[in-house]
Design a protein around this ligand. Structure first.
Ligand SMILES: CC(C)(COP(=O)(O)OP(=O)(O)OC[C@H]1O[C@@H](n2cnc3c(N)ncnc32)[C@H](O)[C@@H]1OP(=O)(O)O)[C@@H](O)C(=O)NCCC(=O)NCCS
Length: 322
């Protein structure tokens, strides 16, 4: 921090999307550079909430200029800390970001009814905020951002049958069985500790709604999203969901297989089929996120040509029981 310069922290709800726009454009450039993600197209809802003055959070101001922001979302008994971002400024980017994160943590952990707080600091290097998170009682898990190039040969045409399952494109009525699949695939899994939506069918349904209907994780691409169904019982055995996060880049937003259908090559075929469809759409790269401890999934991704580009932190706070 430059001696004597401390940003002023203010309530985000005092500001409009237009006032935040220059800062969001700086942030967008970082998303593009680091994650190949056109963030502003995904941020439509954020802008609407800003204009409605309905988004809890904070702004860092320096000499009257907005240099950083953080926003939060309440979901029943959970608070989620969205982006924490600051542009370079006299007070120092790092310092502003830490102050904003601390403010958001204080707000949420002191909100009556909130007994859990989650965040995924996608734009921050793993460990960058570790001291703030640990000092405030968060558990931290490293996650990886993986990327691969795509060309006309990438992936493989989806074949119809693998390991006793029929593979077919995603359909809207798949939402309910897909929620059940997420719960069974992620039972006892590190990702359901990071995101508690994976723990219940209702939560998983909210997660899927966000992916399929809203642009937060990119624009859903139904033609590159597939389901594996037991050929005999019709039960949903696995799925892969894809989105487009920029003109050139696709993103795998979900891939999972129910425990009883694993090690039959389903995930590999689903991923290859999605990859081929995204490549045929003219995309030149594909990304996804995975928790560092998820070794079996990482093996699959490395086999399919993905490589690590970035490491970031996910963190969770749960209210201590008195
Ligand atoms: C990760 C996950 C999707 C893999 O699904 P899967 O269908 O079992 O994957 P595959 O069958 O393609 O490959 C898994 C293993 O089985 C092996 N395998 C594939 N076909 C096989 C067969 N016919 N016989 C024996 N082994 C086989 C693969 O070589 C691979 O081996 P490895 O673990 O040594 O790398 C699944 O474990 C899962 O849903 N996990 C929980 C959710 C999750 O972590 N999702 C990823 C989040 S980023």
């Amino acid at each position: 921090m430059t001696a004597g310069v401390t940003p002023e922290i203010r309530d985000l709800r005092l500001y409009t999307a237009a006032q935040l726009r220059p800062l969001l454009e700086v942030e967008n450039r970082l998303w593009q550079k680091r994650l190949h993600w056109e963030y502003l197209s995904s941020a439509r809802l954020l802008l609407e909430y800003l204009d409605a003055h309905a988004l809890p959070g904070f702004v860092a101001e320096e000499h009257g200029k907005i240099v950083g922001y953080v926003f939060c979302v309440y979901e029943a008994n959970k608070g989620v800390i969205g982006n924490v971002f600051a542009a370079p400024s006299e007070c120092g980017r790092q310092e502003a970001q830490r102050m904003l994160l601390e403010q958001a943590i204080t707000l949420l952990t002191h909100s009556p009814g909130v007994d859990r707080v989650e965040t995924q600091l996608l734009l921050h290097d793993a460990g960058e905020m570790a001291d703030v998170l640990l000092a405030t009682g968060f558990d931290r898990a490293e996650r990886l951002y993986l990327q691969r190039e795509l060309d006309a040969e990438s992936g493989a045409e989806m074949i119809e049958k693998v390991g006793g399952c029929v593979l077919r494109p995603w359909r809207e009525p798949d939402m309910a069985p897909a929620s059940q699949l997420i719960v069974s695939a992620y039972r006892g899994h590190p990702d359901s500790a990071i995101n508690d939506q994976y723990q219940t069918a209702q939560g998983a349904q909210r997660f899927l709604h966000n992916i399929v209907r809203y642009p937060g994780c990119g624009m859903f691409v139904p033609t590159a999203s597939f389901v594996a169904q037991d050929a005999l019982t019709g039960a949903m055995a696995g799925m892969v969901l894809s989105s487009q996060i920029s003109e050139a880049c696709g993103h795998i937003t979900q891939i999972c297989v129910a425990p009883e259908y694993r090690r039959r090559g389903l995930a590999e075929r689903l991923l290859q089929g999605a990859t081929r469809k995204l490549a045929m759409r003219g995309l030149s790269e594909l990304t996804l996120t995975v928790t560092a401890s998820n070794e079996s999934a990482i093996r699959l991704y490395l086999r399919e040509g993905f490589a690590e580009r970035w490491r970031f932190d996910a963190a969770v706070w749960t209210r201590p029981v008195n």
